[in-house]
Design a protein around this ligand. Structure first.
Ligand code: LLP
Length: 421
């Protein structure tokens, strides 16, 4: 069951609510619209897949940091994966259990590591200098830190180079030939560090589970090596990265169950706890960016639909050439012609497009147009470029109620940065 469906008479629904009706009750500006039940269903799919394993679902907060969504994910039992001190602070405010949180990153700052140490968060060691900082943080906090080594397994995730992270020339993680150096370094800091596991993250938008399996085989071999030196390591963290069906072609993509099943035996054979770090596959498909059509124009051989949303609200198409499915929220007029349109925003950049060559009926001014699968890396990557203020967010609840879950930013919010200067 998916939250966004088109009725036979051509209206888009979010669960049982017509998107057109939601639009009519709101201020005319782009907004993000989520289905709360879909978030629940996505988490349940992971939980069911993980049955029989000791595990932590560490939700990658970078994908979407809406506070209400975080609280909901926490109530559903998720832990959190953090990449900055502020993400850590946010997770703590949202009530996440710090001992189910993992702090990742190639440039973690000492003060943030000290907070992580204080709170008892797992920390992934990314480099020699990172290890030094974690030791210093442990001393500041007066606490031993549970660390995992982020090993870069050099498995090709077969994704856009900007979201590949586990290859040998990546800025993330440590190379296997340096493993011994790190094991020796941990041994010299018995009061500061407790090595509890190994971590890898291959990349994002991965659509073949064999890739996870290949990495997991390498990782359990490293764990065997590490255990052979007397370390009691119990955690395998295989990162995030499962892709979703952005193209809406009905292609069969791996599910959380496929992902977990491909590593299950390996995890059980070594008696390990499994940590996973999904972002996109938990949240992307729960949301649309809802836009209004400003007008339609033609230049040269190109037809354009100009909408009020843009690369400022949703940058993935501009940044990665990412495809996100686009459709109108209500039926077009019976005589509307279907043509190929570039769907563009008002921002002063030719990179400002949400979709290219999309077959769509010519929409009326003011018509609703949605960009699908906008729950992950859309709002969290939004900017205020051209002073397009960040949009409000709403979700449809189980009982059909539409609730605002984040205020839209306003011009006055912007002016506040200059108050008192
Ligand atoms: N763990 C680590 C260490 C990561 O670096 C990431 C994502 C995740 C987990 C979550 O990965 P996911 O399950 O969401 O694929 N902005 C890009 C995606 C960047 C992903 C960065 N790391 C996009 O819009 O596609």
């Amino acid at each position: 069951q998916h939250c966004f469906t088109k009725s036979s008479d051509g209206f888009l629904y979010c669960e049982d609510t017509k998107v057109q009706d939601i639009m009519e009750g709101l201020e005319k500006r782009p907004f993000y619209l989520y289905s709360k039940p879909q978030i629940t269903r996505n988490v349940e799919a992971y939980k069911e897949a993980l049955e029989g394993l000791n595990s932590i679902i560490g939700y990658a907060i970078k994908a979407n940091n809406n506070f209400k969504i975080l609280q909901h994910l926490r109530k559903l039992g998720c832990g959190a994966v953090l990449v900055s001190g502020n993400e850590l602070r946010l997770a703590l405010r949202a009530g996440f259990d710090p001992t189910r949180c993992i702090f990742n990153g190639n440039g973690k700052l000492l003060e943030d590591l000290a907070l992580a140490a204080q709170e008892g968060v797992f920390v992934n060691v990314d480099s020699e200098f990172d290890l030094e900082n974690i030791v210093a943080a442990a001393r500041i906090a007066g606490k031993k830190v549970n660390v995992l080594l982020r090993i870069n397994p050099d498995v090709d995730p077969q994704v856009h180079p900007y979201v590949a992270t586990g290859n040998k020339n990546s800025k993330f993680g440590i190379r296997n030939e340096k493993l011994q150096w790190f094991l020796d370094a941990v041994k010299t800091h018995p009061n500061e560090l407790k090595l509890v596991g190994a971590h890898c993250h291959l990349g994002s938008t991965i659509t073949k589970v064999d890739i996870f399996r290949d990495a997991a085989i390498l990782m359990v071999n490293y764990i065997d090596e590490i255990r052979a030196q007397g370390f009691e390591v119990d955690y395998l963290n295989i990162g995030g990265g499962l892709g979703i069906d952005y193209h809406h072609t009905g292609a069969v993509l791996p599910t959380p169950r496929d992902l977990i099943d491909t590593v299950r035996e390996l995890v059980l054979s070594r008696n390990l706890n499994l940590i996973i770090e999904p972002g996109r596959s938990l949240i992307a498909n729960t949301c649309c960016l809802v836009n209004h059509v400003t007008g339609v124009k033609t230049n040269g051989t190109k037809n354009f639909i100009v909408i009020d949303g843009s690369m400022a609200e949703l940058i993935r198409p501009s940044l990665y050439g990412a495809y996100q499915h686009i459709e109108l929220v209500s039926p077009s007029l019976p005589d509307a012609e279907i043509s190929a349109f570039d769907v563009v925003g008002p921002v002063c950049e030719s990179a400002d497009f949400l979709g290219k060559d999309r077959e769509l009926p010519t929409p009326a001014k003011g018509a609703g147009l949605v960009v699908h699968d906008a729950g992950a890396y859309c709002m969290s990557m939004a900017s205020t470029y051209n002073l397009k203020m960040r949009p409000p967010e709403y979700w449809v609840e189980e009982d059909g109620q539409v609730t605002k879950i984040r205020h839209g930013e306003t011009f006055e919010d912007h002016m506040r940065f200059f108050e008192g200067l």
